[in-house]
Design a protein around this ligand. Sequence first.
Ligand code: BMA
Length: 824
Amino acid sequence: MKHISLRGTWILSNEAHGLSVAAELPGDTHSALIAAGVIADPYYGEQEQDALWVGQEDWHYEREFEVDETFLNETSIFINIENLDTLASIFLNGELVAHTQNAFVRYRFEVKPLLRLGENHICIKIHSAEQAAKKAATRLPYNIPHMGFPVQSPHRNLIRKTQCHSGWDWGPCLMVSGVYGDIYLGAVSLVRIEHVLISQTHSDAGVTVEVSCEVEAVAAGEVVCEFTLGEVNLKEQAFLQIGSNHITRTLIVTNPRLWWPNGYGEAYLYDLRVAIGTDSTCQRVGLRTIEVRSESDACGRSLEFLVNGVPIFIKGANWIPADALPQRITPETINDLLDSATHAHMNMIRVWGGGQYETDSFYDLCDQKGLLVWQDFMFSCALYPANSDFLANVHLEAEFQVKRLQHRTCLAIWCGNNENIGVLMRFKEPKANPYPYTIDYDRLNDGVLGSIVRRYDPSRMFWPSSPCGGPGDFSDGWHNDSRGDMHFWGVWARGEPFENYLKISPRFCSEFGYQSFPSLDVVRSFTNNDQQNVTSPTMEYHQRNPGGNARILENFARYFRFPSGFENMVYLSQVQQGIAIRTAVEHFRRLRPTCMGALYWQLNDVWPACSWSSIDYGGKWKLLHYMAKQFYAPLLISVTEEDGGATGIWISSDLLQEETAIVTVRLIDFSGTILLSDAFSVHVAAATSQCIQTYASSEWTSLAESLPSTTFLHVALKTAVGTSENSYFFTHYKACTLQQSHVVVNIACNSDNNDNTFVLTLTADRPAFFVALDVEGIRGQFSDNVFTLTGSEPKTIVFTPKTAIGLEAFRSCLRVYHLRDSYK
Ligand code: BMA
């Protein structure tokens, strides 16, 4: 296929404002206007307000390009545009090519008759999605509501664009437009490959891979088809008719190297090359089976993922777009975020339905890193129309995305939407008149999305909604934890205590979250000094969940002595967030196999803000992310109060083999005196959770007067393949008589291999809790963070900077926080 790229610099203009600026495509309007100095950075202060007008306007992108004779001589020339956002009219040399109305479709239009030799002109006129949505709302026979947010563009549910562009409870309202994917002209005289779909059948004889190609032929005739999968190769002739053709061939891989999710083995990928006539594609494909089990059982109805027949306890987080400005999303930012996910032992990412079907590089990286993907269709927190135009539009989108992603090794499940069953009964309109809304819901959900999955990807589960009880189950998944997947928001949204996580028993918890303030350097990126206070206008402006900052402070009062100063508030908010999510995850893991998954809300941020994320905007790990690395580790030791008041020591193992572990249990008072020390060896069964030891409360109370407020329990587990440590308090932190502890850090450059890492040795004269290290302004990661220094033994931590830095610069930026130090 011949190719003319239309990537590069275009002119972006707006007639009404007499504006004309240079703009990159792929790219978005707002990024171009920021670069040209027309609008200020909307992430700083409250400057988003000064950018709201941009989404209310129409914008034109245009440029010239050259076409030569050999290109023009081809039989068919088409324009390929991916992620054109959203309502646009494309003109070539002044002639209309087509109108578009869906940002999630790859458009390919024949343009040969409109092209000329030499210079050509292309113009993409983008109509304001915000204006179009308002207009569409006036034409509805009945109102179709959506959840609203503090700064928002209305009626986003009537337009097929990334729903969170219109504002969310963690994101700005930036109604961007532009083209975010590839844009080029392709020329062929025979065929172009539209899609390659695969199916795998595993047996003792090997893996049979059926490769099915959808091919568009511009001329009839014989072509050579070549299929190569690893070492297996097949070359044959095929006859093509003009128009759409399907070519299906079967390849058998004997002795396959299987693909495994992160933590279970290698994510091995084979190259699958398909060449048909003059067009060819290459995909990377892993050989594995994925089964989603949802079966009635004594507890209700399960939700469980099995890879290669092995039940996987799912550990992960919810993914939102990597940036509110699409132009800033690069393969590097995605790689960095997904690396952070795997380093915290995650094995699944949920691509949440209020965002976007992700870029090819996102799925490439998930395939490579062994990250399973829970893929929502892009519908969220709203009801949607089901008139024939809307359904036809959604049909195009779903068919394209299912065919595009079907071959992905990482793709584990298709899910119809985020929380739309829940909102069906929340809005006043469907409450008053449920029929049209319920029928509309089903027509779009099962009628279009479900049917398309069944047709083009029949081996994968279509899960109607998240949360839901399972296919065909319309019960209230929000409050019933016995079936399917659950979104548990009692602790954040209803202000319930963290202990309430221990009262639920989900089969699979696909959302639960707790907010924190962003890290100090991130706060400093969007505020001036005067605003660095948790109730300042800017800090409240960057909090989109009404009352969110107050909720964070409310729990300081519930659990902690009140922190002094802004820095300690930021620190404690991140510790508190980590404790909340850790409480839930430890419990969910102890519930295995009743519960088989935990995806916390949310991994990342679209802009610098107060939110539920574990990774700050820009990629810095919040303390929650370091704690996730601990609570998602394959071997986890945890402590809980058993029924009857005894203290139970638990080990949760995701390992597929048994291990022998040495467990130590120490009761230590806050001055550092060890009151009890137990060490024993235990047999840790594979892939299970077990209570390995209990202590009656009388055992403790005989050792210390006023035990709950003067002591803590430190537990540790050591095996040949890993370690885990935990500290357990008998009462709320604020009731504990913590003693001031002096933490000393010794820093050395790692001279071993000249790799510019720093080795920190920390000691403390008394126990110090939630010890957290921060280097403001320096990008990089600590090998561990947020830990207890018992006072008896030192701790060694390695810091790996992203870019080389000197010892003195590192030392001067290092700050050490711990709980007793957070208050006067
Ligand atoms: C969820 C999500 C999002 C939202 C989050 C926090 O349930 O699905 O819509 O951002 O809660 O409120």
